[in-house]
Every structure is written in structure tokens, then in C-alpha cells.
Design a protein around this ligand. Structure first.
Ligand code: DMJ
Length: 625
């Protein structure tokens, strides 16, 4: 039906007729009753039309304010060109006409649509309103609006070959097994004890609960486990609480909780994750209240009182701990509009750059009161590891603009190569530990992440040394693989040695355990992505088989006490990083490169993906709506 037939003010026939009739009546001495009635009708119709225009035309509120409250449009009172009284009236009429025409056009467009199209539009509008009110429920009013753009590679295509598809599906099944058993026996607590079927809590998180849930969020998301992701999100919304009266490890809480929440936000766009990440980031800030701004290792989140590990050299903070905050804190500033997080990070840099470094190396201990190094122990494994990782990733995550981080990383790698990296008689390259100039020929499972780091950094290496960095990465990957191959379980020990006639084997009982750690698999993943040499996928698959054979139990996955025993004893802990890192890196290894592509994402130390902050990006938009 044409719109004109429905609209009262577009029936010209009737109105013209009324005008003509009235002109023929002018000379009569009096009106007849019916004529009076007609006139009254026309007059009241006219009044109704005027009021209708005031109240119902678009922008009627502005019009009303002009009429009743005598305020003027911004262009009149503001700095724009001034209008005199007549111009103002004409301007007002023009705008009324424009609004009127716009409303007419919208009405016409709507009426030309098919009934199905109109129904669909109404449904979409309703959904938008519902979505809006849902988000309002969790939005932190202090946070600025952020334009959320669907990220590149949050989901990938199915691998094209059947074998890879099957292997990928197997890893997803492992994730289901780990998740469902955590859910059944330990839901809401930090970790699962898969043999006792009880919850496990590490003092690292104080009284914060839900480490496995937050650590697993992004893995659930990229594996397409939508129902599980939804239940995890609901738990976060209702139960994740940071008002705890116990000490937490600033580093652990940052990499697992802040990192996990940030990734979940960047993948899903769900506002609750941004709100919680910023809330937690703010809770961690008192840890920086030290004379130098180098944060304490431990913080009571309620009292804001911090201190360091009692065992750390001379009351020092730990390099790998205060050096593994940068990526998350830069994103906290990005998402909160609060520069304080980034400032804390740049201050740590400043302190480090003012200090002399023995042989160009960074000792593991730094005193936050004096700003001086503690013992001169250097390690690319425990206590040092992710500091180096974050220098490289800070540069990459800044879209390669953070030149200071780049220089610090490549200078550090050069010093590490000169003073710590050695080759065994059997030709295995390894990274030793440096203690005041003396080498301990031991390499930790943790140190094995360095293969992936060297590979990732190869591309930007100075003076055409890219191939050298990639070669170094391949050699470290090979050595770490050997530490797996040389055990009965085909899983690697916590630390292996290159002395006393052994190579890549643990000699001390307390170094023979395996706690579901990811670092060797992490390096294989980077090597696969950056070289596509099929041996890395093969090594990854061997790790899957070993995990299934030795670590899988009826109610989840457990670490083991001795990788050299063919009947290993389980330690009864399903670490949260098994879901966050080990299974995620395995899944990525058996996915196409379009899932979380390395050109767009940086993985934090707990394998939580964070997007590269583009040079020209402006995450925060001050919208006025
Ligand atoms: C993880 O929590 C992180 O990778 C951390 O940086 C050190 N290692 C554990 C897992 O091994």
C-alpha cells in the first residue's frame, strides 16, 4: 500500500475543497449551525496538527526546550556564527521541515518493506536492546567506552588434512576430560586433585579462587567449547572476587588472572572480562609502593602491604617476576584509559637501564629498596626466564615501535650466548646457569621455552643474524626433545644436566619430576609455525601420546614424580597451566596458522593471547552516547 494514502497531511483533495467552500461563505451575515460546526471542526483540527507537530515530530524535545525554556541551539549561543532573530526563526522552521521530511521518508521506507523484513528488523532491534541491558549490568561506569573489533584469528578453519584434523580433535577431547573433571570435583576452587577428586589450592593465589576457570577461558574459546566458555563466564561474573585478605604472588596473579581475563575479553568482547581485569590490575598497584618502584613479589590485596620472598637474596625482588608484567599492564592502560599501569612498567625499565650489568647479564635478584642487584646469579630458566621473553614481546606487541625493548632483548641474548650457552660433547646445545662467573651445567624444563623465544625473535635480529637465531632455536628445541626421548615415560624432567658423563638427563632425585609443564611443547609450536618442518608436529604428537599414557587418570590429568620410572607415581595435581598452556600449544600445533596468527597475537607467559597494539590504533573512543 502506498504510504501517502495512510498519512493525514497528504490528502490534498479534501483540504483544497475546504478552502474553496469557505471563500463562498464570506459575505453572508451569519453562519448556519452546520457551518459553525464545520468551522469549529476545521479550527480544532488545525490546533491538533500544531500540537502534534510539537510533541511527535522527531527532535521534539529540542523544539520544546526552545519554546518553553527559551534556550537556544548551540550554534546561537556557542562560538559558531551568530544568527539574528528572523534568521533564527527561519533556521528553526527549516530544521522542523527537514525533520518532518526525514520522518516521512522513514515511514515510507518502512511501509515498502515486506512483512518478513519488518519482523526481522523488529527482532534485531529487540536483540540490540537486550544486549545493551545485559552489558550494562556488568559495565564498570568508571571505564571509558572501547570500540571492540572482532579480532583476527579468534577462530580458525578446520585443518585440510584428515590426520591433522583427527589429532586436533584428540587434543580437544583431552581438554574436555580435564575441564569436566575439574568441574565435577573442584568447581570454583583453584585446581583439581585428580586422584583424590578434591580441590587443590596453591598459596600463590592467596584466597582468590577459580584459577583453572580463568586460565582455561581462552583455550575453551579457541577450541569452540561454547557451552563451557559460557559457564566459565557466568562463574567469573558471579563469583570471581579479589577482596581477599591473604597474600598473593603478584607475578602469578598477573600472568594467570589478569592475562586470562584480558585474553577472554579480546577474544569474546564480553565486557565483564575487561571490568574484572582492570579491577584486579588496580588491586595490584600497591605492590609498586617501594622506594624504587620495583614491585614486591607478594602482596596482601586487602591491606595493600607487600614484601618479598623470605628466601630471596638480601630481600630482593625476582627478575622473572617484576619483569613479567609489561604485556598485561600495557593492555590494562589501553583498556582502562589509565596511564598508571604503563608508567609503572616504564619505571621498571628506567631502573634496570641505570644499573651496571655484570658481563652484560641481568642477575635474578634486585633489591627494591636500594635499587641494587642481589646475588649475581643469572638464569634463562626459573627466576630469570620470562623477563627476556617480555623484552622481545614488548617490542613485538608495540608493533615494533618500542625500540628500547628491542635493544635490551638482543643485547641480552648476545650476553647469554657468550656466557651461558654451551655445546655438549655429544653435540647438544644447552643454556647453563651462571653463578658469579661460574657455570652450573644444568638446564631446567622452564629454560626450554627459550627455543621458541629465539625463533620468534629471529626475524628482527640485528646485522643479518636472523638465520643464526633460528638455528639456535632449532638446537635448543632438539636438546629439549632429547630430554624427553631419554626418559622411560617420554616426558622430560624438571632439570637435566650436562656433567658427570650424562647429557640431557636428570641426575638428582628432586629434579626428576614432571608437572604437566608446557615449555618444550611451546617451543615445538613456535618451531612448527615458523619453519613448517613436520618433525615438530611429530614431536608434539609424541608428547600427546606420552601424556595420555602416563598422566591421564580417570578423573583428569596428573603430574608424575619420576619420568625415568616406567611405573610413575602421580603427584595428584592438575595444574591450571595444563589447560592454559600445554593443551593450547598442542592444539595450535595441530591447527592451521590462521588460528591466533603470530603476526597479530602475542602470547603472555601463561599462553594467554594478547593482540598487537597497532601504531595507528586508538582503542579508547570517547563516545558521548
Ligand atoms: C607457567 O605458569 C608460566 O609459563 C610461567 O612463566 C612459568 N612456568 C609455568 C608453567 O611451567
Amino acid at each position: 500500500m502506498p504510504a501517502t494514502t495512510l498519512l493525514p497531511f497528504t490528502t490534498p483533495g479534501t483540504s483544497r475543497k475546504s478552502v474553496n467552500n469557505s471563500s463562498t461563505l464570506i459575505n453572508r451575515p451569519a453562519f448556519r449551525l452546520t457551518e459553525k460546526f464545520l468551522l469549529l471542526l476545521v479550527f480544532s483540527g488545525f490546533i491538533t496538527l500544531c500540537f502534534g507537530a510539537i510533541f511527535f515530530l522527531p527532535d521534539s524535545s529540542k523544539l520544546l526546550s526552545g519554546v518553553f525554556f527559551h534556550t537556544q541551539p548551540a550554534s546561537v549561543s556557542g562560538s559558531g556564527p551568530k544568527l539574528d532573530g528572523r534568521e533564527f526563526e527561519a533556521d528553526k522552521l527549516n530544521r522542523i521541515r527537514e525533520d518532518h521530511e526525514k520522518a516521512l521518508q522513514e515511514a515510507k521506507d518502512t511501509l515498502q518493506k515486506l512483512p518478513e523484513e519488518i519482523k526481522r528488523d523488529i527482532k534485531e532491534q529487540k536483540e540490540k536492546v537486550a544486549q545493551g541491558s545485559e552489558n550494562k549490568g556488568v559495565k564498570n561506569p568508571r571505564l571509558p567506552n572501547v570500540v571492540f573489533r572482532k579480532p583476527v584469528g579468534a577462530t580458525g578453519h578446520e585443518p585440510s588434512d584428515a590426520e591433522t584434523r583427527e589429532r586436533q580433535a584428540k587434543i580437544k577431547e583431552m581438554m574436555k576430560h580435564a575441564w569436566e573433571n575439574y568441574k565435577r570435583h573442584a568447581w570454583g576452587s583453584n585446581e583439581l586433585k585428580p586422584l583424590s577428586k578434591q580441590h587443590h589450592s596453591s598459596s600463590l593465589f592467596g584466597n582468590i579462587r577459580g584459577a583453572t576457570i580463568v586460565d582455561a577461558l581462552d583455550t575453551l574459546y579457541i577450541m569452540g567449547m561454547h557451552d563451557e566458555f559460557k559457564e566459565a563466564k557466568e562463574w567469573v561474573e558471579k563469583n570471581l572476587d579479589f577482596n581477599v585478605h591473604a597474600e598473593v604472588s603478584v607475578f602469578e596473579v598477573n600472568i594467570r588472572f589478569v592475562g586470562g581475563l584480558l585474553s577472554a575479553y579480546y577474544l569474546s568482547g564480553e565486557e565483564v572480562f575487561r571490568t574484572k581485569a582492570v579491577e584486579l590490575g588496580e588491586k595490584l598497584l600497591p605492590a609498586f609502593n617501594t622506594p624504587t618502584g620495583i614491585p614486591w613479589a607478594l602482596l596482601n590485596m586487602k591491606s595493600g602491604i607487600g614484601r618479598n620472598w623470605p628466601w630471596a637474596s638480601g630481600g630482593s625482588s625476582i627478575l622473572a617476576e617484576f619483569g613479567t608484567l609489561h604485556l598485561e599492564f600495557m593492555h590494562l592502560s589501553q583498556l582502562s584509559g589509565n596511564a598508571v599501569f604503563a608508567e609503572k612498567m616504564m619505571n621498571i625499565r628506567k631502573v634496570l637501564n641505570r644499573l651496571d650489568k655484570p658481563q652484560g647479564l641481568y642477575p635474578n635478584y634486585l633489591n627494591p629498596n636500594s635499587g641494587q642487584w642481589g646475588q649475581h646469579h643469572v638464569s634463562v630458566g626459573g627466576l630469570g626466564d620470562s623477563f627476556y621473553e617480555y623484552l622481545l614481546k614488548a617490542w613485538l606487541m608495540s608493533d615494533k615501535t618500542d625500540e628500547e625493548a628491542r635493544k635490551m632483548y638482543y643485547d641480552a641474548v648476545q650476553a647469554i650466548e657468550t656466557h651461558l650457552i654451551r655445546k655438549s660433547n655429544g653435540g647438544l646445545k644447552y643454556i647453563a646457569e651462571w653463578k658469579g662467573g661460574l657455570l652450573e651445567h644444568k638446564m631446567g624444563h622452564l629454560t626450554c621455552f627459550a627455543g621458541g623465544m629465539f625463533a620468534l625473535g629471529a626475524d628482527g635480529a640485528p646485522e643479518e643474524s636472523s638465520s643464526h637465531h633460528l638455528e639456535l632455536a632449532a638446537e635448543i628445541a632438539q636438546t629439549c626433545h632429547e630430554s624427553y626421548v631419554r626418559s622411560a615415560t617420554k616426558l622430560g624432567p624438571e632439570a637435566f644436566r650436562f656433567d658427570g658423563g650424562v647429557e640431557a638427563i636428570a641426575t638428582r632425585q628432586n629434579e626428576k619430576y614432571y608437572i604437566l609443564r608446557p615449555e618444550v611443547i611451546e617451543t615445538h609450536m613456535y618451531m612448527w609455525r615458523l619453519t613448517h618442518d613436520p618433525k615438530y608436529r611429530q614431536w608434539g604428537w609424541e608428547a600427546v601420546q606420552a601424556l595420555e599414557k602416563t598422566c591421564r587418570v580417570a578423573s583428569g590429568y596428573s603430574g608424575i614424580r619420576d619420568v625415568y620410572s616406567s611405573q610413575p607415581v602421580h603427584d595428584d595435581v592438575q595444574q591450571s597451566f595444563f589447560l592454559a598452556e600445554t593443551l593450547k600449544y598442542l592444539y595450535l600445533m595441530f591447527s592451521d596458522d590462521d588460528l591466533l596468527p603470530l603476526e597479530h597475537w602475542i602470547f603472555n607467559s601463561e599462553a594467554h593471547p594478547l593482540p598487537i597494539i597497532r601504531k595507528d590504533s586508538q582503542a579508547i573512543e570517547n563516545k558521548t552516547d
